[in-house]
Design a protein around this ligand. Structure first.
Ligand code: VG1
Ligand code: CO
Length: 541
């Protein structure tokens, strides 16, 4: 059936798909328009295979049924759907690759809160399993902006809990239990025997699934497959509103988990992930939080201890705002290092071309060439495998890492829900100063150089401009400013602060103390309080 429609002007995908408040997505024709724009952009789906699933958030069930009917009307050959409509983002990426699908639609707003007043999102992944690059998302936006009709079949809602094949018209709908395949993939990368021995032999861990999509995977993986005691996984049932939790793996929203490790010294390994399971936070004994930038560096330095990476790494990549900790490892190991803009889509070409094996972002995403998304549970397993192989705790590994490479103190200050014009004003204000900052001193820090980051993809030479403002200081410190591309209310200004410390006697300081002066400078240069009325960040990650 063909339904006439008119375009919505605001369907431009951001850092990670189209993200809007649920009430926006529920406006008549809103979801349908965007999904039709995806089908119009990817004609290879006609007669091809599409993977479909999401993180279980509110409105997902309804959206899955709508997309199935649209897939049928758009003559997709086969749609592979996770049981109950659920697929973690890494699992969807794995499925696209395993099944040779032409693409995938992932329904998630990741770390954004869920529920009727929360957020919803739609992401399109390409045949390599990775987030569609800008060339594709730009076309989706263009198509969405000129849409006059969408196609949808008439059909009863399918029971998504019944495994196996059914049909809508000529389209086969295959409902799969993707958990088992995902665990099999992990088993090829990690030493499960050793992990079993460690988890049954005394290492107590706690995994907080935050009522989001990783619950079923984590129960099956840690408790059933690896024999950790029941209760290792908490908040393990996906809920449409995440039980009111905010599934963003950072020290603020993972406080309950951090407190558990503080209060119970017998639990020495903690981890959690975000709404769609692609990010992770690792917590050591006593509630010590591993900064995600450090996590990437430690994983790069130790990945060879896991069987899947025993042959060494081809290279590593980090997003620009991620700290330079991994650069030091790459240098010591003489590995190629790439610095990309924020967002996983920029790692895709490097992974496809086999230029890198590991990559990560300061926002708690790490991943490897096993799929084309970041992967929360994968990172937890790699950390566990390293802890097991080295016989050291998370803290001991980290401290030894700092002694060897130095420590990059790091923090991200988020100023959320500020007025969009004020946020742009802040960026313009900093941008306008860039040419004359070098040599100036602010609160004891002297600017070495400053620029606006742009990236030329070394594989296809595509260019991404205006990817963040960077100020480097002679004191081995850096401030980066950029606007978030995943928020839905006003604008979120992200200010990334880092400072390097090579002296082992000064590596156990409180990171907030070390970065306090730099934080003041970051507000001063941006004229932040006058322009936004904010004197402190809303979240420090
Ligand atoms: C944020 C993070 C970025 C991440 C993106 C999607 O983007 O900073 O590193 O790739 O979220 O992650 P932004 O534009 O808001 O800074 V996910 O797991 O939330 O889809
Ligand atoms: Co996510």
């Amino acid at each position: 059936m063909k339904v006439e429609t008119t375009p919505f002007a605001d369907q431009k995908p951001g850092t990670s798909g189209l993200r809007k408040a649920v009430p926006d997505f529920r406006k008549p024709r809103y979801l349908e328009n965007f999904v039709q724009a995806i089908f119009d952009t990817a004609p290879e789906l006609r007669g091809g295979t599409l993977v479909l699933g999401g993180d279980g958030r509110f409105f997902m069930d309804e959206a899955v049924q709508i997309i199935l009917r649209m897939a049928s009307a758009n003559e997709v050959g086969r749609v592979i759907v996770g049981r109950g409509g659920l697929l973690s983002t890494p699992c969807a990426s794995a499925l696209i690759r395993q099944r040779g699908a032409q693409g995938g639609i992932i329904l998630s707003a990741s770390h954004n809160p869920g529920g009727p007043e929360g957020d919803f999102g739609v992401k399109f992944n390409a045949a390599n399993g990775g987030p569609a690059p800008a060339s594709i998302t730009d076309t989706i936006f263009k198509n969405a902006s000129s849409l006059t009709r969408y196609l949808i079949a008439d059909a009863e809602p399918l029971n998504l809990d019944r495994l196996g094949e059914t049909r809508i018209g000529n389209t086969v709908v295959e409902i799969v239990d993707a958990v088992a395949d995902y665990i099999a993939l992990m088993e090829r990368l990690f030493d499960f025997e050793r992990l079993r021995a460690v988890l049954q032999g005394g290492l107590r861990m706690r995994f907080d699934a935050m009522n989001a999509v990783t619950g079923p995977y984590a129960h099956a993986l840690f408790e059933e497959r690896l024999g950790a005691p029941k209760g290792t996984v908490v908040n393990g049932v996906p809920k449409p509103d995440f039980g009111g939790l905010h599934p963003d793996p950072n020290p603020v929203y993972a406080k309950a988990l951090i407190d558990t490790l503080k209060d119970d010294p017998s639990i020495t390994f903690g981890a959690c992930s975000d709404g769609d399971g692609d990010r992770n936070l690792i917590i050591g004994p006593g509630g010590m939080v591993v900064s995600p930038s450090d996590s990437l560096a430690v994983l790069a330095a130790n990945a060879h201890l896991a069987p899947g990476y025993a042959g060494g790494l081809k290279g590593v990549a980090r997003s620009m705002p991620t700290s330079r900790a991994v650069d030091r490892v790459a240098e010591a190991m003489t590995l190629p290092l790439y610095e990309t803009p924020t967002g996983w889509k920029f790692f895709g070409n490097l992974l496809d071309a086999d230029r890198i094996t590991l990559c990560g972002e300061e926002s708690a995403g790490t991943g490897s060439n096993h799929i084309r998304e970041k992967d929360g549970l994968w990172a937890v397993l790699l950390w566990l495998n390293i802890v097991a192989a080295r016989g050291m705790s998370v803290t001991e590994i980290l401290e030894e890492h700092w002694q060897r490479y130095g420590r990059d103190y790091y923090a991200r200050h988020d100023y959320e829900e500020i007025d969009t014009a004020a946020a742009e004003g802040v960026m313009d204000h900093v941008r306008s100063q860039l040419p004359r900052l070098a040599g100036q001193t602010f609160g004891g820090f002297t600017v070495e150089r400053a620029d606006e980051f742009s990236y030329e993809d070394p594989v296809d030479s595509s260019i991404a401009k205006a990817q963040g403002l960077r100020i480097f200081f002679r004191e081995n410190a850096r401030i980066v400013y950029r606007l978030s591309g995943t928020g839905t209310q006003g604008a979120t200004l992200r200010v990334y602060l880092e400072r390097y410390e090579s002296d082992p006697a000064r590596q156990a300081l409180d990171s907030a103390d070390v970065l306090a002066d730099l934080a003041t400078v970051s507000r001063q240069i941006a004229d932040l309080s006058a322009r936004t009325g904010r004197t402190a960040p809303s979240v420090i990650a």
